[in-house]
Design a protein around this ligand. Structure first.
Ligand code: PXP
Length: 243
C-alpha cells in the first residue's frame, strides 16, 4: 500500500506583512486563513516573531477563536513565547530559531547546542497538551538531539532544496525523513516550497505535513487564496502518481 500523502499547512504571515507595511487593518490574515481552510488547508501556520514584524498577538488570539482546522504556531525559544502559547493552546508549536536581521527563518534550530533549554520548553508545552515540532536542518546529529528533547515531531528545513533543486538536496531530505521516521519522529517539511519544486518533496514517503507560505500568498495576489491553495493541494495529491 502506498504511504499517505502529506497534509498542507498554509502559512499566512505574508498577508500580515502586507498589512503591516501600511500599519492599517487590511488585508486581514484571519480572512486569509478562513479562505485557505475553505479550499482544503489542513493546518494554518503562523509565526509570532519577537519583533512583531507581521503577525500580532491579537491575530493569534482571534484566529484561535475562528478557525476550524489546526493551528501550527511558530515561536522562538523564548520563555515569554512559551507562556503566550500556554494561553492560546494551539494544536502545535513549532520551535524555530529567530534572528532579528534575517528576512525569513534562515536555518534550523541548533538543538545540539540548545538541548537543555529546548528540552525544558518541550516538556512545558507537552504538559499543557500542546504538540511540539522542532524546525531543524536535515542533519542526523540534529535529529538525534531532537529525539532527546521529548518532541514527537520535527520540521525539516527545505531551503537548500528550494535554492539549488538538485538530486543531492532531495536525497538529503529523503534520507533525513527515513532516519527520523526510524527513530519514531513525525516528519514535516517546509521553507521555500513552491508550485515548481513541491512535487518531489511531497512524494517522499514518511512525510506528515508540508508548510508553505510565500508561494501560496504570492500566487493568491493573482488567483485568490482559494485557487492558490487548491492548486497546491492538487500538486501534492498527484505527487506520488508522477514520481
Ligand atoms: N516552516 C517554517 C518553520 C518557517 O519558518 C517558514 C517561513 O516562515 C515556513 C515553513 C514557510 O516558508 P515559505 O514562506 O518559504 O513557504
Amino acid at each position: 500500500m502506498q504511504n499517505p500523502l502529506p497534509l498542507l499547512g498554509v502559512n499566512i504571515d505574508h498577508v500580515a506583512t502586507l498589512r503591516q507595511a501600511r500599519q492599517i487593518n487590511y488585508p486581514d490574515p484571519i480572512h486569509a486563513a478562513l479562505q485557505a481552510e475553505l479550499a482544503g488547508a489542513d493546518f494554518i501556520t503562523l509565526h509570532l516573531r519577537e519583533d512583531r514584524r507581521h503577525i500580532q498577538d491579537n491575530d493569534v488570539i482571534q484566529l484561535k477563536q475562528l478557525m476550524q482546522t489546526k493551528m501550527n504556531l511558530e515561536l522562538s525559544t523564548q520563555q515569554i513565547m512559551i507562556d503566550f502559547a500556554k494561553k492560546i493552546q494551539p494544536y502545535n508549536v513549532c520551535l524555530v530559531p529567530e534572528n532579528r536581521q534575517e528576512i525569513t527563518t534562515e536555518g534550523g534550530l541548533d538543538v545540539i547546542r540548545g538541548i537543555k533549554q529546548i528540552t525544558n520548553m518541550c516538556s512545558q508545552l507537552l504538559n499543557y497538551g500542546i504538540n511540539v515540532s522542532l524546525f531543524i536542518d536535515p542533519d542526523t546529529k540534529q535529529i538525534d538531539a531532537a529525539c532527546e528533547t521529548g518532541a514527537k515531531a520535527i520540521e525539516l528545513h527545505s531551503g537548500e532544496w528550494a535554492n539549488n533543486n538538485t538530486q543531492d538536496e532531495l536525497a538529503i531530505l529523503k534520507d533525513a525523513t527515513a532516519y527520523a521516521n526510524s527513530k519514531g519522529l513525525i516528519v514535516n517539511i517546509g521553507h521555500g516550497l513552491n508550485y515548481h519544486n513541491v512535487k518531489p518533496v511531497a512524494a517522499i514517503d514518511g512525510i506528515t505535513e508540508l508548510n508553505i507560505g510565500h508561494a501560496i500568498i504570492a500566487r493568491a495576489v493573482f488567483t485568490g487564496i482559494q485557487r492558490a491553495v487548491s492548486d497546491m493541494i492538487q500538486l501534492i495529491q498527484t505527487s506520488k502518481s508522477t514520481k
